[in-house]
Design a protein around this ligand. Structure first.
Ligand code: NAP
Length: 253
């Protein structure tokens, strides 16, 4: 059993809004210090940070575009400087594009989705593993990937490219969980269903959760906090024998 009594440090990408912000709030309340990475909305990230600080967390807010390797390296350089340790990575940053028929997808659209959701998640995970791996002198740790129920449903007529990017994230979760277990790192994913956040507006359908909630056995959309509860559990020592899990948080859909 670890004798390390210092506060654990959690890095959350896309920590300024939606599921990332709810995860930050819950993790701060559970005693984590935080690095909140945002791409564009600095004010949102700062307001999440203030709330986390008010419950005792030490929080560093860093601008970083996960799809840019140089930006990811700068994010980790800042993390090293400020905290000098990393215990949990929540790979949460993600984008989708407008709901539209497959034949209308542009190369630019598909590239943006895969560069953020897949390559971004890989780059951030690689840097996290370089710091957490017991083989590299780290203390081990935990990675939680924020995938989507779309990975198993496919999102036809909406965004199959987004669904496929989350399928890639599931494969990454399975592969890395096996490769990294001997290095002291657990890797899991949550697969949220229809959750009330701004992401649906970014796909041109702000009312999407309400419109589709009749398809949910629990007959409602979920909250970002309900997803955060699963993320924080998977991240924590309470999930110490859980790795390679793809945990649906989708009301049964
Ligand atoms: P959201 O409110 O739209 O938040 C997306 C977050 O990702 C924002 O904080 C955004 O930062 C960040 N982000 C986007 N591109 C980035 C980039 N290139 N580099 C760094 N950060 C970037 O959406 P959300 O619903 O909370 O989504 C969070 C995760 O949950 C995503 O991976 C999404 O695919 C997944 N998910 C959501 C649902 C749902 O129904 N809401 C369902 C399944 C899965 P800025 O604010 O700075 O732009």
């Amino acid at each position: 059993m670890s004798t390390d009594t210092r506060r654990q440090v959690m890095l959350i990408t896309g920590g300024g809004r939606g599921i990332g912000a709810a995860t930050a709030e819950l993790a701060a309340a559970r005693g984590y210090d935080l690095v909140l990475a945002y791409r564009a909305d600095a004010a949102a990230a700062e307001s999440v940070a203030e709330a986390a600080r008010s419950v005792g967390a030490r929080v560093e807010v860093v601008q970083a575009d996960v799809s840019e390797e140089a930006s990811v390296l700068a994010l980790f350089a800042r993390l090293d400087e400020v905290f000098g340790r990393l215990d949990v990575l929540v790979n949460n940053a993600g984008v989708l594009d407008r709901s539209q028929p497959f034949v209308e997808y542009t190369a630019e659209r598909m590239k943006r989705i895969f560069e953020t959701n897949v390559f971004g998640a890989f780059l951030v995970a690689r840097e996290a593993v370089r710091r957490m791996s017991t083989a590299a002198g780290g203390r081990g740790g935990s990675i939680v990937n924020v995938s989507s129920a779309a990975a198993r449903m496919g999102a036809p007529n909406e965004y199959v490219d987004y669904a496929a990017s989350k399928g890639a994230m599931d494969s990454m979760t399975l592969g890395l969980s096996k490769e990294l277990a001997p290095l002291g790192i657990r890797v899991n994913a949550v697969r949220p269903g229809l959750i009330h956040t701004d992401i649906h507006a970014s796909g041109g359908r702000p009312d999407r959760v309400e419109a589709l909630s009749a398809q949910v056995p629990m007959a409602r959309g979920g909250t970002a906090t309900e997803v955060a509860e699963a993320i924080v559990w998977l991240a924590s020592g309470a999930a110490s024998y859980t790795t390679g899990a793809l945990l649906d948080v989708s009301g049964g859909r």
